[in-house]
Write a protein that binds this ligand. Structure first.
Ligand SMILES: [Zn+2]
Length: 57
């Protein structure tokens, strides 16, 4: 899948998945609202403070 990153924000550009819900989430930049793609079994979330670390896994 393709991931897009800009300053302290991240989004799924192309999940190659049915429905494309993860793409429709757009950019996330705050903790607590991860992007989940069940099809790819991927969770993308911001950890800690609003300028925190980006974790993909
Ligand atoms: Zn997806």
């Amino acid at each position: 899948m393709e991931i897009g990153v800009k300053f302290n924000a991240i989004r799924v550009v192309d999940g190659h998945c049915p429905g494309h819900d993860c793409e429709h989430r757009g950019y996330i930049s705050e903790p607590g609202l991860p992007i989940v793609c069940a099809y790819n079994q991927v969770v993308i979330e911001i950890v800690g403070e609003p300028n925190g670390e980006i974790v993909i896994g």
